[in-house]
Write a protein that binds this ligand. Structure first.
Ligand SMILES: [Zn+2]
Ligand SMILES: [Zn+2]
Length: 182
């Protein structure tokens, strides 16, 4: 277990090079290296993974912890903020050329169907990006108390309180007023 991934290409971990007692995986990638944008989110800073890649005859188990952060846009005020990710990773692969693996020999009951490997290697880079994408929240706020945007003038109410609620002017007139003030 003294193999270091520093000298290994994490995009191509060849199956036949995985030692019997597992491969210690210790990777750090920068957001630039991954160059990842997904649905308006971009990776930021560093992505770190520490774990172990184990071999069980024709099956492989990748387990460890993934740490990183997304630059995410607040759903309420639209301001970008850093959304931290820290999650356990558990991935299960089976070699495609395997002739019906023994499903009874379950490695871990929590792991379901293994992903079939059509190549002779595991692309750890891709696996970690997929895991990061799974961690993107459906909805997230920059802070629990985010006041959002004024529905009338669009002012970010976290930064400045506008006068909209005090005056009871027709919103169309406010738009006109804003135009005239420009
Ligand atoms: Zn916000
Ligand atoms: Zn307003």
């Amino acid at each position: 277990m003294d193999e270091e991934l520093g000298t290994l290409d994490y995009k191509k971990i060849f199956l036949n090079e995985i030692p019997v007692d597992g491969l210690v995986v210790n990777v750090r990638m920068t957001a630039e290296e991954l160059d990842m944008e997904f649905d308006g989110c971009t990776l930021s800073g560093e992505i770190e993974f520490k774990g172990l890649l184990q071999r069980f005859s024709d099956r492989y188990l990748l387990s460890g912890q993934l740490i990183g952060q997304w630059l995410y846009q607040c759903d309420r005020c639209l301001t970008p903020f850093l959304y931290p990710v820290k999650c356990d990773v558990l991935m299960h692969y089976v070699e495609l050329r395997s002739t019906g693996y023994d499903a009874a020999a379950v490695i871990d009951p929590e792991i379901e169907e293994p992903e079939e490997l059509v190549t002779d290697h595991i692309n750890l880079h891709q696996a970690l990006v997929e895991q990061m994408i799974l961690q993107i929240p459906m909805k997230a706020l920059c802070s629990e108390n985010c006041k959002g945007l004024c529905p009338q003038c669009g002012e970010n109410l976290n930064i400045r309180q506008c006068d909209c609620h005090q005056t009871d002017i027709d919103p169309r007139l406010i738009k006109l007023k804003n135009l005239l003030e420009k």
